[in-house]
Ligand binder design. Structure first.
Ligand SMILES: Cc1cc2nc3c(=O)[nH]c(=O)nc-3n(C[C@H](O)[C@H](O)[C@H](O)COP(=O)(O)O)c2cc1C
Length: 300
């Protein structure tokens, strides 16, 4: 039996990574998780210069999940390259760098900077609902999504994963647009835009008013969108949204994801990814699957 998967030419030891922004750049979780046992580590979004993020409060609990409006706080590409890449390189795992920006030029600058760095894949976040410029502006319009994909592909030396937003009418159309732009893979879903009111303060809970909803509550929506995207494009899909167990991850694989990311569940149980890896392996043994690829998309 073989747990390895090939995502756009990059071989991961198993199909499990972490969702950007829920695992830092790995160091915060290294006491709980053997990073060698993750197929890949996906980093928090990184921009060309440091970003402070949004004013607080910027996270809140919700039924079956959470809301965040962190606003892509990050140290900028210089510190990231100096500190986080060497840390992750100590481990036998692939490195996926999540890239954010406010303009096409911002994204391209980071991608160009990473071209000669020792990282395996790039994930371009065009789906953050919590920043006013950039991000989602590219992720809700198929033409803009295609154009930004083409632009980053000009500079990228690593395979490019375009990260899609669920805050659209047709996820299939968005997946097709980034495929047309030359994306090597797509990942989905980012968070769903939500709102929460503190009835005693008679005010919004988050300073940003709205935030991205994540966690188990969004899982069925994510499974549906992964299925729709998988049926629309030929490139591999990395499925995420509310995965908190091996069962949740296997659902994603069966509807067409070639790999999965675990996000919000890391906050609740820092070692959850290890349980997901072990659970997928146990399921494959029980069900007689020789490879992960054999189960991808078999539920039609
Ligand atoms: C606190 C927090 C920070 C996040 N930061 C990022 C980010 O920097 N870049 C990105 O592409 N997605 C970011 N996301 C979205 C997640 O990567 C993921 O797409 C989403 O939360 C759905 O998965 P989940 O339900 O397993 O958390 C963030 C999510 C949370 C909860």
């Amino acid at each position: 039996m073989n747990m390895k998967v090939n995502i756009a030419g990059v071989e991961w030891n198993n199909p499990v990574t972490v969702a950007s922004g829920t695992f830092g750049s790995g160091a915060e979780f290294a006491d709980y998780v053997d990073l060698n046992r993750l197929g890949a580590v996906t980093t928090k979004g990184v921009a060309n210069i440091p970003w402070a993020g949004n004013p607080t409060p910027r996270v809140a609990e919700t039924y079956g999940g959470m809301m965040n409006a962190v606003g892509l706080q990050n140290p900028g590409i210089d510190l990231f390259c100096e500190r986080d890449i060497p840390f992750l390189r100590q481990y036998d795992t692939k490195i996926i760098v999540n890239v954010c920006g406010k303009s096409t030029e911002d994204y391209c600058e980071v991608v160009e900077r990473l071209a000669d760095e020792d990282v395996d894949m790039l994930e371009i976040n065009i789906s953050c609902p919590n920043v006013k410029e950039g991000g989602i502006a590219f992720g809700q319009n198929p033409k803009a999504a295609e154009e930004i994909t083409k632009a980053v592909k000009k500079y990228a030396k690593q395979p490019v994963i375009m990260k899609l937003s669920p805050n659209v009418t047709s996820i299939a159309e968005m997946a097709k647009a980034v495929e047309a732009g030359g994306a090597d893979a797509v990942s989905l879903i980012n968070t769903l835009t939500g709102m929460k009111v503190d009835i005693n303060r008679k005010a919004f809970v988050l300073a940003n008013k709205t935030g991205g909803v994540s966690g188990p509550a969004i899982h069925p929506i994510a499974v549906r969108m992964v299925y729709e995207a998988a049926n629309a494009v030929q490139i591999p899909i990395i499925g995420m949204g509310g995965i908190a167990s091996a069962e949740d991850a296997i659902e994603m694989l069966l509807v067409g994801a070639s790999a999965v990311s675990v996000g919000t569940a890391n906050f609740h149980d820092p070692a959850v990814t290890m349980k997901v890896v072990d659970g997928i392996e146990a399921y494959m043994k029980r069900q007689g699957f020789e490879s992960v690829a054999d189960m991808v998309g078999i539920v039609k």
